[in-house]
Design a protein around this ligand. Structure first.
Ligand SMILES: Nc1nc2c(c(=O)[nH]1)N[C@H]1C(S)=C(S)[C@@H](COP(=O)(O)OP(=O)(O)OC[C@H]3O[C@@H](n4cnc5c(=O)[nH]c(N)nc54)[C@H](O)[C@@H]3O)O[C@H]1N2
Ligand SMILES: Nc1nc2c(c(=O)[nH]1)N[C@H]1C(S)=C(S)[C@@H](COP(=O)(O)OP(=O)(O)OC[C@H]3O[C@@H](n4cnc5c(=O)[nH]c(N)nc54)[C@H](O)[C@@H]3O)O[C@H]1N2
Ligand SMILES: [Mo]
Length: 918
């Protein structure tokens, strides 16, 4: 990196070239005041407070707008500068009518706790008015400038009412019109909701007046950049953290690093962390920023519960363990099934599978990856030899083209969507393939609105165009792949007209998408559930693998295939072998060599036959092959397909123990319920979607008697006679064992993670980790093309069930709602299920926006309000599975992909009938 040497305030510094004076000074610890600038924003030089003196220049350059140059002699704090800044500041304060009592308060420097201040100096209305106290940037500037009074009378303005938004207040009496909020909303978040409202009554303020209906995503970025108390999160108001803990967000698979400020065992601050390797660089989404308070919900489980005839009875851990060990002893070596949890840490998942295999002598262990990315694991392993996201989140910003297929990225991985928007700003092309009109279609260069379930045809069509037009990367294919000839000749039989008929996508659009993807290298593919949750999910994944190899867009930075993993630790649960056929590190249970390694380490014999998958376990209950289950952090009563059947099956179990943080719908069916500590209350690691191992740290004490999942599993195992194999001091010790047995984690340790996160494969203690895979050759040797044929979804719409129901998620809620629905303002933003449907369908059905409908399938029926929206194409309706009042999965079916055993959750034929309000 090029460097320049400069002098600042009489000292010499070497600074990376390309920085502006303000950034350069900050880097060496010199403060220059400023209100409009923020490190995430494009400098605009609006507030003029950051003027400096540069030798040889007669004017006073703005530090935020002036790049450092070799040999510059800069002064940041001369009398002239300070005097000019004081004038400027006085003007800003008087023109914006910002209250000053607090600013000139003699105890300003001690200002730490505003409640304290109000008690001592009750007449200080300024403080009472502002929630920001010692963190106010205006106060900092006023102090730096040594101001003691305001010589200009404040402009008389009217008091503006404080607007109460979900999560935060907007008090424009405190706004100094620095514009940071407006700019972060446009520049960083690409949301563009906030705007200036300039009126001739000097009543300048920020629009819109209410954010809820204006498309605001409530990410909180505006709140975080506000220098004053104008925008302020209510749960942070008045309170100061006693300590701050950096940990990993417990919602989705992005793995955002968060700084959680805690006071008296309560969360009083949440900020995005920006230390090296953090996937989010300071940004968060609504759930990470404002949704962590689920942990403080009074509904948290606080003691073990045992079911009696009169409902659940709280019991001691001792009593609960006694019942559990007695019951589980009966089912060893047979009739036992475990669901591990992608919400839990790596260490906990490792222990869950060790418990199942070693203590229960069974391979019946699986988890929600089965309903999620099982086709990714299966398909990408077949094609490349590894089932993980090939590249890193940060690389997306530099892609020449991003093909987003079946991923509603802005709602489901909001912080990754920022990188897609950034790529667009840098001139990259965006292709979206989605039947629904998602937010990204607004910035897409091409939007392929295909019929649900026709992805194989669509992708093969693109492959055909690429081959026919000679856009393939011949040398890449020759050197690094196999099976190309067969694949290419299989395309000869495919007709684009047929693709058009099947998919409903115009041939010209298909062609331009194919050309864009093939020629704007490096091109990335981003996909999620729209690809995997189909009875032909594995074929969809293989089709994408073919597309990437054809054009050589794999094994390179900013290219690759990026399955966005869903749950916070679903990548880790898979890595840890919480799967019926694989031991930690994706080692086959059938391989005797592998078994020997684990048998030696654990001192046991391992069961050889692969176990049952999630969906198979529920069927096995029905025929008596499974009679006891241990479910950790999963809620299949709402999340599994054909959920009505799942409930029936669970009721047949002789013994069910559920370990959760809430009394979930599944826990309600248990014989014993165990209270777990949430991610905010324990130590460990999560592995995010880009294979990055991130630390989870304890910020809060767990409520009541709740214990971390790892401790509970170990305690049960020890009681069942496995004291030696399950006595760990802490999760760090578990990670040591994981690293010793799992090559891809071989070089990972808590010591190293303390410095920065590491991406697997990281086989040695001095290995730097791997940002993108298959760089020096595919993990399986050669990349393999697969010949594929389009198979339509097994259950098609017909006269009785004419609409296609596709299911998924929305921004404000998470899965079965156990956590997000405990956060009042998330619930306020979306309190109920909607059946999203097209206007033409609504008219045909005689349904209006907000009226009630009954949706039924061959398996069940549910009721909800209709939402008439252009998001849904004709004939397709969309529902979530976030609301227990509307158990959508009573409708979906358990038709499985033959390879990955994932159910078809994205195509379910239904009928819809208007009903009277319920
Ligand atoms: N807010 C929030 N974020 C989440 C979650 C959450 O519950 N809430 N869950 C997390 C988890 S575990 C996961 S797996 C991810 C899921 O993240 P996504 O997969 O992005 O979410 P979905 O809503 O399931 O569906 C994705 C898209 O697939 C489209 N689609 C439907 N049918 C088809 C089809 O046949 N072909 C194609 N190409 N597209 C189709 C839908 O219109 C939708 O836009 O989100 C994670 N993030
Ligand atoms: N119709 C339809 N169904 C779907 C999908 C779809 O798109 N459509 N998507 C599928 C997908 S991709 C997924 S990933 C699954 C998700 O399905 P689930 O994993 O069953 O859903 P969650 O609501 O995330 O359930 C996790 C449970 O873990 C608990 N929990 C949270 N943290 C902890 C912890 O630290 N310890 C313990 N012990 N418990 C904890 C929560 O309270 C919650 O009850 O749903 C699937 N089901
Ligand atoms: Mo998922």
């Amino acid at each position: 990196m090029k460097k320049v040497s400069v002098s600042i305030d009489g000292r010499e510094y070497i600074i990376p070239a390309g920085k502006n004076i303000k950034e350069a000074a900050e880097e060496v610890g010199i403060y220059i005041p400023g209100l409009c600038h923020h490190r995430d924003l494009i400098p605009v030089g609006m507030c003029r407070l950051c003027i400096v003196e540069v030798e040889g220049l007669r004017e006073f350059p703005l530090a935020c707008m002036t790049p450092v140059e070799e040999g510059m002699i800069i002064r940041t704090k001369t009398d002239t500068l300070q005097q000019m800044r004081r004038h400027t500041m006085e003007l800003i304060l008087s023109l914006t009518n910002h209250p000053v009592t607090c600013l000139f308060c003699s105890r300003r420097d001690e200002c730490r706790d505003l409640r304290e201040c109000m008690r001592k100096v009750p007449e200080v209305v300024g403080c009472r008015y502002c929630p920001k106290g010692g963190e106010c940037e205006i106060q900092e500037i006023v102090g730096y400038l040594g101001m003691t009074e305001l010589r200009y009378a404040p402009m008389s303005g009217t008091m503006k009412p404080v607007v109460r938004e979900p999560f935060f207040d907007r008090n424009y009496n405190l706004c100094v019109l620095c514009g940071r909020c407006v700019r972060v909303c446009h520049e960083v978040r690409g949301q563009g909701v906030l705007n200036y409202r300039i009126s001739h009554h000097r009543d300048h303020t920020i629009e819109p007046l209410s954010l809820k209906d204006a498309g605001c995503a409530f990410c909180g970025a505006c709140v975080d950049v506000c220098p004053t108390g104008a925008l302020y999160a209510r749960f942070e108001k008045w309170l100061k953290p006693e300590r701050t803990v950096t940990t990993t967000c417990p919602f989705c698979g992005v793995g955002c690093q968060i700084d959680v400020g805690v006071s008296e065992n309560r969360i009083v601050r949440v900020r995005g962390n920006r230390s090296p390797g953090s996937p989010n660089n300071g940004q968060l989404c609504v759930k990470g920023r404002f949704g962590l308070t689920f942990a403080e919900s009074p509904e948290r489980l606080k003691t073990p519960l045992v079911r009696t005839d009169d409902g659940f009875k709280p019991v001691s851990w001792d009593e609960a363990f006694k019942i559990i060990t007695e019951a589980l002893h009966k089912h060893r070596e047979r009739s036992f099934g475990m669901l591990a949890s992608a919400r839990c840490t790596n260490e906990e998942n490792y222990l869950a599978q060790k418990f199942t295999r070693l203590v229960m002598k069974s391979n019946n262990i699986d988890h929600c990856a089965r309903l999620c990315h099982a086709p990714t694991v299966a398909g990408l392993r077949k094609a490349f030899g590894s089932g993980a996201m090939t590249n890193s989140i940060a690389e997306l910003a530099y892609s020449g083209c991003i093909f987003v297929i079946g991923s509603n990225t802005t709602e489901q991985h909001p912080v990754i969507a920022l990188k897609i928007k950034e790529a667009k700003r840098r001139g990259g092309k965006i292709i979206v393939a989605d039947p629904r009109k998602i937010e990204l279609t607004a910035i897409a260069d091409v939007w392929l609105r295909h019929n649900p379930g026709t992805d194989v045809a669509l992708i093969l069509g693109m492959c055909k165009v690429i081959v026919d037009e000679g856009l393939i990367d011949k040398s890449f294919i020759e050197e690094r792949c196999e099976g190309f000839e067969d694949f290419a000749s299989s395309l000869e039989k495919l007709s684009l007209e047929e693709v058009e008929t099947l998919t409903g996508v115009d041939i010209d659009d298909l062609k331009s998408a194919a050309r864009m993807y093939a020629t704007r290298r490096p091109s990335s593919i981003v996909y999620a559930m729209g690809i995997t949750q189909h009875a032909n999910g594995t074929e969809n994944v293989l089709a994408l693998a073919n597309l990437s190899m054809l054009t050589g867009n794999i094994g390179k930075p900013s290219a690759g295939i990026n399955p966005l993993r869903g749950q916070n630790n679903v990548q880790g649960s898979c890595d840890m072998g919480a799967l019926p056929d694989l031991l930690p590190g994706y080692k086959s249970i059938k391989d005797p060599e592998v078994r020997r390694l684990f048998e030696k380490a654990w001192g046991c014999r391992l069961p050889e036959e692969p176990g049952l998958t999630v969906t198979e376990m529920f069927h096995a209950i029905d025929d008596g092959r499974i009679r006891a289950m241990y479910i950790i952090g999963e809620n299949p009563v709402l999340s599994d397909p054909d959920a009505g059947q799942v409930v029936e099956s669970l009721k047949k179990l002789e013994f069910l123990v559920v370990q959760d943080i809430f009394l979930s719908e599944t826990a309600r069916l248990a014989h014993v319920v165990l209270p777990a500590a949430s991610a905010l209350e324990k130590e460990g690691t999560f592995t995010n979607t880009e294979r990055k191992v991130l630390r989870v740290r304890k910020a809060l004490e767990p409520p009541g008697d709740a214990l971390p999942d790892w401790e509970i599993i170990c305690k049960i195992a020890r009681r069942m006679g496995y004291g030696e194999q399950f006595s760990y001091k802490d999760p760090e010790e578990v990670m040591k064992e994981i690293a010793s047995l799992t090559k891809i984690y071989g070089g990972i340790s808590y010591d190293r993670l303390e410095k920065q996160p590491l991406q697997w494969p990281c086989p040695e203690p001095d290995h730097p980790g791997t940002p993108y895979l298959h760089g020096d050759g595919f993990m399986r040797g050669k990349g393999k093309f697969h010949v594929l044929q389009f198979r339509p979804s097994p259950e098609r719409p017909d006269r009785e069930y004419p609409y296609i129901l596709t299911t998924g998620r929305i921004l404000f809620h998470y899965h079965t709602g156990t956590m997000t629905r405990k956060v009042p303002d998330l619930n306020y933003l979306r309190p109920e299920e909607w059946v999203e449907m097209n206007l033409l369908d609504a008219q045909e059905l005689g349904v209006t926006d907000g009226s009630w409908v009954e949706v039924s399938s061959r398996r069940g029926r549910v009721r909800a309000k209709a939402k008439v929206t252009e998001r849904s194409p004709r004939g397709v309706v969309f529902m979530t599975f976030h609301f227990s009042e509307t158990p959508t999965n009573n409708l979906t079916g358990a038709l499985l992909d033959p390879v990955a055993r994932i159910p078809e959750l994205k195509v379910c034929p239904v009928k819809i009938q208007p009903i009277r309000e319920v």
